[in-house]
Design a protein around this ligand. Sequence first.
Ligand SMILES: NC(=O)c1ccc[n+]([C@@H]2O[C@H](COP(=O)([O-])OP(=O)(O)OC[C@H]3O[C@@H](n4cnc5c(N)ncnc54)[C@H](OP(=O)(O)O)[C@@H]3O)[C@@H](O)[C@H]2O)c1
Length: 257
Amino acid sequence: MDLRLKGRTAFVVGSTAGLGLAIAKALGSEGANVVLTGRRAGVAEEEARSLPSAIGVELDLERPETVDAALMTARESFGEIDVLVLNGGGPVPGPASELTPERLEQATRTLLTAQVRLANAVLPAMRAASWGRILAIGSSGVQQPIPNLASSNIARAGLAGYLKTLANEVAADGVTVNMILPGRIATDRVAGLDARNAESAGVSVQEIQSQSERSIPAGRYGRAAEFADVAAFLCSDRASYVVGAQIRVDGGLIRAL
Ligand SMILES: NC(=O)c1ccc[n+]([C@@H]2O[C@H](COP(=O)([O-])OP(=O)(O)OC[C@H]3O[C@@H](n4cnc5c(N)ncnc54)[C@H](OP(=O)(O)O)[C@@H]3O)[C@@H](O)[C@H]2O)c1
């Protein structure tokens, strides 16, 4: 299936590693111009060199001036942005009973406020062109809160509410807004969480991973590339009637209907 992404410009937040990088590669291989971003500008530039039409720029969700500068650089290189992928690092783990206002504010800044800033920046041109895609990487925790990830569960639920509201406002203008929910996809972040859980439980990382895999109906962690295939479809012309949806890519991890 041709996703009809050739010549479109995709701006992928948090694409120096993990899920964001896999999505950037998938969009690039479909012919899109890709803007790779992250705090590590050097890594973004290096990864961009492996794609047919891409640039790498610094973007730190904690620093709004870098968000504005990255958008400006993207427009100078490729014109207006057609596809915005919202992503970034996950917040610090911790239980709800120990959540502090400071930690919650930090999570909200990087998982909600920055996303609103980015969407506001790209929406006018998308609506004027009657075509746009905004896809946010969420988490299974949006539908089934994950123990010990309180600030992530809370801030992402806020993001889900924002995106669903926005989706209904802009759908008639040809702009789709959706969320894609990873369960456990093998990335550096998941490896780090497993190592942390192994240390606190006093067992091996392998034991934690095996326990985790047993809780997933598919019996394994997902691969970043198979997650990115779904994301690329949702960012494409082909997904024009998918509006305000939360698409799980979790091997069956979420048990609810
Ligand atoms: N992997 C999973 O199974 C899974 C499950 C549920 C939720 N998630 C969520 O999905 C997102 C991506 O996960 P991942 O596994 O791909 O994580 P990852 O491997 O740690 O990659 C995170 C990416 O975000 C960038 N980033 C981190 N902090 C940033 C900041 N302040 N500003 C801009 N970019 C930033 C990183 O680049 P730099 O270091 O260059 O900034 C990197 O490119 C995270 O929010 C994670 O919590 C993932």
